[in-house]
Write a protein that binds this ligand. Sequence first.
Ligand code: PMP
Length: 286
Amino acid sequence: MICYLNGRFLPLAEAKVSVLDRGFLFGDGVYEVVPAYSRKPFRLDDHLRRLQDSLDGIRLANPHDDAAWRERILRLVGEQDFEDQSVCIQVTRGAASAPPLRDHPFPRDVAPTVFMFAQPLVTASAAQKAAGVCAVTAVDNRWLRCNIKATALLANVLLRQQAVDAECAETVMLRDGFLTEGAASNIFVVRDGVLLAPPPSNLMLTGITYDVVLELAAAHGIPHAVRPVAEAEVRAADELWMTSSTREILAIVKLDGAPVGAGVPGPLAQRMDALYQTFKQQVMRA
Ligand code: PMP
């Protein structure tokens, strides 16, 4: 598998970064995950905009302009021998080249590390979509800058593991009695025919899929509201969805062991998934 590291395309096994890289020492970096269907990156402009926001959030200069990113990403995608891909982009603050080698403040004159690789994209299977998935809830104990797509994901890792330990797909997080998001997804609630989504803020990452879902809801006259969603509304939901670039739209049918609504994927989840699939095809053909 060919990856990209600091200007070079090379086999993954040959890609090496310094043990002093601040991504390794401090989790001092940001990332993006871009799906590519039939080798066409989906919503790449949006991902590059969010990458810029994340870089701004950690005060790291963007090493490339959008055209340079685009060129590198397209070449990386073209180097793989599979069609549908999940492209992971990671930019860290690099490694200090002079003492102090491990110090919290930003080192001077340090070059960022830019690493990208692609994996086969595995979206939910038809059987998984038909059955839905289960989720657990947990207190959102992350920092207060969750809008930055930071590589420092330890809290998310621990939270997602709680779901895996319960043989579930996702952990739905609650902070101060309100829904924030999933450990690695956004969460939507359907109540009385209205699609509810928490508003973008520092308490969650605004997903590219989240944006597409809301665009589709608006375009197709699906009643929706972007507003704080209380825990009680999550627990009394008719439908609960998790959304992300790799999972797309997946119905959560059981929460903390209790059925969500009728305990099967609801009609709006199925409709939104169909709209999403159609939209994807249209974009990819364009
Ligand atoms: N929130 C978190 C914490 C995530 O890790 C992800 C997945 N990257 C999302 C939301 C969904 O974002 P997207 O739709 O851009 O994949």
